[in-house]
Design a protein around this ligand. Structure first.
Ligand code: ZN
Length: 132
């Protein structure tokens, strides 16, 4: 998931669209639920300076496993948005290196943040009603 900023600059543009599919470890820590691979990501990178860029992307991932409540095996799709600035000295480690950005860390961090804390199939009672 490395995007060359140099190539974008050489092409005379300010931005470029991209799409990736990638595999990663199971980032899900809900018991009996796993993250499905590959994960899909589609977005755009925009040059914001000579050594900085903005990445905006949609991340599509799925979880598969046992419903926390009824134990039925189910699969659910999730979508989250990545909006991340990359620079040479980015304090979170989202760095521009060798005139390129590597999206892997940013994408994985975003998925971990977005990951639900429970996994229910939707066929057993909806969460909202269980509160009463
Ligand atoms: Zn269920």
């Amino acid at each position: 998931m490395v995007i060359s900023l140099k190539d974008i600059r050489i092409s005379g543009k300010q931005e470029a669209d991209f799409s990736f599919e990638f595999n990663t470890d199971n980032l899900c820590d809900i018991p009996s639920v796993r993250l499905c691979c590959p994960i899909k990501i589609e977005g755009r990178v925009t040059l914001t300076g000579t050594r900085s860029a903005l990445v905006e992307a949609d991340i599509y991932y799925s979880l598969e496993g046992e419903c926390t409540r009824c134990l039925n095996v189910t699969k659910k799709d999730y979508q989250t948005e990545l909006y991340q600035k990359f620079s040479e000295d980015n304090e979170y480690g989202y760095r521009v290196k060798s005139d390129a950005v590597n999206l892997e860390k940013a994408v994985i961090d975003e998925i971990i943040l977005d990951m639900p804390s429970s996994f229910t199939c939707g066929d057993c009672a909806p969460i909202d009603l269980m509160e009463f």
